[in-house]
Design a protein. Structure first.
Length: 575
């Protein structure tokens, strides 16, 4: 077994030398032996809570990680951070807390690691924002790091078919339209989510879980097994041992997260028809390392990546099916066949991505994972848009949509917030052919950049998902279907053109040419800008969301709240 020299590790500040006797006494109080005190201290961070099934299994999984750390002569120290679960926060004021929680997660993990001088980090996360939040902390601290996903939920069964929470959101619209009885809605809601784990489709959690493998911070195939599978313990133990290997080799998070590995991650989002939220989280992760990788860069990769993994919401399958088909390693192998992967990137195994792909024996099954040579469509499932409504860009998910469904022209129907839009959908006071505009929902103006799943799912449930389009400076859930454009920037609160739109303006969304325009002249938009009364006041004049609104930047750059890696004057590991 390796004996570690702690003379250059952060934990020496709390465990070594006579002056640290008081510090060691605290460690003895917790049953840590003398030998364990002088080993590397490894933070094992989880987002465990009782808020949602995504997180409920994480504390048990952390015990497997700790066993792996101990096997490799490390001393694990478990701690928790928060999560806000989007499925429960969805469709009301609680959703404002969601994106802000990503920053709080990263900040709280950073503060815990710094405060206790831990030498490395294994992070376990389940809910949407907790995955990028945990990885952002790893990159920010630049410590040896291994990420592990808590795993997806098992699909429910309803009337002989697999169902997910997406079906329940859409059932609300069917119920409102009179096509689903009270009893059937109740039956569906009780069976849709039968186990621990995050939402099963290629929504944000599973998208970012795939990113964790593709970027190299997670062990190959560790993201795949559903949360209830006891076999996940094997990946937990292996992750604990892997982080000790990274300490030994001094391989840090930014040795793994590079421009090339971010590009690899964006490829996997595109080819799986992943969540538009990756267009927010990948730039934020890059920002922590001081790498310029913005929404445009993500969308450039989306544009020339084939879509060949058939996952919900655009496709037919869920995460469990992808795992059984070979998971992310098989996807990476297919991408390599098309020359779309940077193979020299380092991974958490201590080997390169190319070396990891070399040992993948399985091939695409042609059902869940199509061969890259015969994809579902030639371009990625997510597309970037720009135009006079969105000079800073916008993003739309088109996975599973036909070519004639991804160009839309119609008159605007403008709503000043999501609640107004949802009420109009419930009361059906909108018309087929309209472009619904929901503004003042950006990162700062919301505040919090809410997701619009309640509204989009209700539209789909009413059978109107393809008959109207929707644009917003807010976000969409990874579970959103239909022609829904998010992240429109600059946001309304910053005086972006979306703030100037009026009812009846003719808007054209073209996901083939990548454009988002309104048929209003530049001169008229300038006149409207001169008459604009400024940002809509919110009720959040104090507290965490007020602080977030003051600090947060544009969605284009990842909606980040601090200067990032470029402004750094020290590296935590080297203090």
């Amino acid at each position: 077994m390796t004996k570690f020299d702690k003379s250059k590790l952060p934990s020496r500040h709390v465990t070594e030398g006579p002056e640290r006797a008081p510090h060691r006494s605290y460690l003895y109080a917790m049953g840590i032996s003398e030998a364990e005190i002088h080993q590397p201290l490894v933070g094992v961070a989880t987002c465990w809570n009782e808020a949602a099934p995504c997180n409920i299994a994480l504390n048990r999984q952390a015990q497997a990680v700790k066993m792996g750390v101990k096997q490799a002569m490390g001393t694990p120290r478990e701690f928790c951070t928060i999560t806000v679960t989007d499925g429960i926060a969805m469709g009301h004021e609680g959703m404002r807390s969601s994106l802000a929680s990503r920053e709080t997660i990263a900040d709280s993990v950073e503060l815990t690691m710094r405060g206790h001088c831990y030498d490395a980090l294994v992070g376990l996360a389940g809910c949407d924002k907790s995955l990028p939040g945990m990885m952002m902390a790893m990159i920010r601290l630049n410590v040896p790091s291994v990420f592990i996903y808590g795993g997806s939920i098992l699909p429910g069964r309803f009337e002989g078919r697999d169902v997910t929470v997406q079906d329940v959101f859409e059932a609300v619209g069917q119920h409102q339209a009179g096509n689903l009885s009270d009893i059937d809605l109740e039956r569906l809601e009780t069976v849709a989510c039968p186990s621990a784990g995050a939402c099963g489709g290629q929504f944000t959690a599973n998208t970012m879980a795939c990113v964790s493998e593709a970027i190299g911070l997670a062990l190959p195939n560790s993201a795949g097994a559903p949360a209830p599978y006891e076999s996940r313990d094997v990946y937990g133990e292996a992750s604990g041992r892997a982080v000790m290997n990274l300490i030994k080799k001094n391989i840090r998070a930014r040795d793994i997260v590079t421009l090339e590995s971010l590009q690899n991650a964006a490829r996997v989002v595109a080819c799986t028809g992943g969540s538009t939220n990756a267009g927010l989280h990948l730039p934020a992760m890059a920002h922590e390392a001081g790498i310029e990788f913005y929404l445009d860069d993500v969308c450039d990769i989306f544009r020339d990546t084939p879509y060949f993994v058939d996952l919900k919401p655009g496709g037919a399958y869920v995460a469990k099916d992808l795992y059984e088909a070979g998971g992310v390693p098989v996807i990476m192998k297919e991408l390599r066949k098309a020359g779309l992967i940077h193979e020299d990137c380092m991974t958490a195994t201590g080997r390169s991505m190319g070396e990891e792909i070399d040992i993948v024996e399985r091939e695409a099954d042609g059902k869940v994972i199509y061969p890259v040579s015969t994809p579902i469509s030639e371009t990625g499932g997510v597309v970037g848009l720009k135009g006079n409504i969105a000079p800073s860009g916008a993003i739309v998910k088109i996975a599973g949509m036909a070519e004639d469904e991804i160009v839309f022209t119609g008159p605007a129907r403008v709503f000043e917030c999501e609640e107004d839009a949802f009420e109009a959908v419930q009361n059906r006071t909108y018309k087929e052919g309209e472009v619904l505009v929901i503004r003042n929902e950006g990162p700062s103006g919301g505040p919090g950049m809410r997701e619009m799943l309640a509204t989009t799912a209700a539209l789909s449930g009413q059978g109107m998902g393809k008959k109207v389009a929707l644009i917003t400076d807010g976000r969409f859930s990874g579970a959103t279907r239909g022609f829904c454009v998010g992240h429109v920037g600059p946001e309304a609160a910053h005086g972006g053109p979306i703030a100037l739109l009026q009812n009846g303006d003719v808007i054209t969304i073209n996901a083939i040419t990548g454009t988002l325009d309104v048929d209003v002249s530049d001169e008229d938009l300038e006149k409207r800008k001169a008459d604009w009364k400024g940002p809509r006041e919110t009720i959040y004049a104090t507290g965490a969301l007020w602080k977030y609104a003051q600090q947060v930047g544009e969605a284009y750059y990842g909606a980040v709240t601090h200067p990032g890696g470029k402004a750094e004057r020290h590296i935590y590991m080297d203090l």
